[in-house]
Design a protein around this ligand. Structure first.
Ligand code: SF4
Length: 70
């Protein structure tokens, strides 16, 4: 394993797409909002931005390959 990968793993590094956020939360729903695509939180019932997050975050593993889940 390359030294960069070791450092990232040691630090718990996450890319922007891996980081916990509304955009990859299981509780998000795609919704049209004022004629534009948006995200709605099914738990709170309000519109959210893709990089927002809350304490009810739940990882969405529905689209991951089975062997990658853990
Ligand atoms: S507000 Fe919280 S529960 Fe709702 S989609 Fe965002 S992270 Fe998930």
């Amino acid at each position: 394993m390359a030294s960069i990968e070791v450092a990232q793993r040691t630090m718990g590094f996450k890319t922007s797409s891996e980081r916990e956020r509304c955009g990859n939360c299981r509780n998000r729903e795609a919704r049209e909002y004022y004629g534009r695509d948006g995200l709605r939180c099914a738990v709170g019932g309000f519109m959210v931005g893709p990089y927002a997050v809350c304490e009810k975050y739940a990882a969405d593993r529905r689209h991951e390959p089975q062997e990658a889940q853990g």
